[in-house]
Every structure is written in C-alpha cells, then in structure tokens.
Design a protein around this ligand. Sequence first.
Ligand code: ADE
Length: 239
Amino acid sequence: MPKTAKRQIRKKGSLRIDIISCVPQLLESPLDYSIVKRAKEKGIVSIFIHDLRDYASGKHKKTDDYSYGGSAGMVMMVEPVYKIIKKLTRQRKYDEIVYMSPDGELFDQPMANKMSLMKNIIILCGHYKGIDQRIRDHLITKEISIGNYVLSGGEIAAAAVTDTIVRLLPGALSDETSALSDSFQNSLLSPPVYTRPADFKGWKVPDILLCGDHEKISRWLDSQAIERTKLLRPELLEK
Ligand code: ADE
C-alpha cells in the first residue's frame, strides 16, 4: 500500500510571489482563474506581476540589446532587472530570486512542496536569447527549468511553477486532502477517476467503485496507483 504523503504543510501566513516579465500579458489569464484566483481572493497568496518596461530607461523603454561578441539574438539588459529586484529586496527579504531558464534545476513536486513553505519569492522570466550573465551571477539565487525544451519565454514556465505551488497552500483547494492525493506526492501517479453515468454506451465504471465498501475501494485505488506508475512511469518507483 502506498505510504501517506509526508510533505510539510505551511502553518501560517500568506505567500507573496513577485513575477517580473517584459510580456506581462502572457501571465494574466493563467493566474486569474480557478484555484489560483480563489487563493488570491482568500488572501492565501498575493501575486504581483511587474512589467520590466516600467524600469527601462530612455524614450523607447528598451529592455534588450545586441549581445557582445556578436552571437545571434537579443539579450535582456542588466539595468531594468537590477532596478526592479533592488526595489523589491529593499522592501522585504526574499527566500529565493528565481530565474526561469531551460538551464535550471528541473522543477518537480518535492521542489514545489519546499517552495510552498516560503514567504516571499521573486520569479524573473527571460525572453529573447537570455539575460545578461551578470544578473545570474549577482542577483539570482536559483534557476528553474520546467523541462528539457526551450519556450519562447519564461512566462509559461513561471505560471506552471506558480500554479503548482499555490495549489499546495492550505485552504487553496476546497478538499485539503486532494493535494496530498495528487500524482507525484508519493512518487506515484494518481489512480483513475470516474463519474456518472456508471455505464456510458457500454463503457462501464469498475464494479468495485460501486460496491460501497470504502476500505476495499481504498485498497483498489492504491493498487491502481502502483500499477499505473509501473506501466506509465516506472522510473518513479526506482526513486
Ligand atoms: N524558458 C525557456 N524555456 C524554459 C524552460 N524549459 N523552463 C523554464 N524556463 C524556460
């Protein structure tokens, strides 16, 4: 039988996430609906999206420039990023200043669990060919990748990370235990789920789920989680 998930759960206080982007529109709708929206309304999380252009100098509010050495693609400039990060860190202490990048540490459920215990997080979204290395050397404390592929920018990755963390905050889900039964919380995939009707054109819900014996059902769900993991993601069991 799978062990009960032993993740630490945040005890008190809300989480603040500041996301810095030069295309903030990309973040608005993923973080404005469903569970994240409700968590914001309940005061469980505050999410502030900062437009990097507001910190750029000159008439054209440039946030990127040609790269030294002549390699292809524009590079995000140091100054606007420096200004916004300094402004935020003067106001409060941050647990992590994250840069979303395919070079980063691969994001997973244990990392999300750990981040859900933090108080203040900054997430910087890259664009173009990347950001000036000096930002990474002097300001960033952690680089996170959501997978071994390259997105056009860090916004979609930042939204994925934010959503994963927010659903772990106590009170974000209506049923507290449902985050514990998410896939990956025990290094196992979730068992299959069904709803009415019990028979759709001959496609039947397994009889056991209709038997009313909760202990038997729970044992069956556990065994299904193990079987599914063995079949679809055997490497999770090796961990
Ligand atoms: N930016 C571009 N690709 C990315 C990825 N795979 N993960 C995180 N940020 C990214």
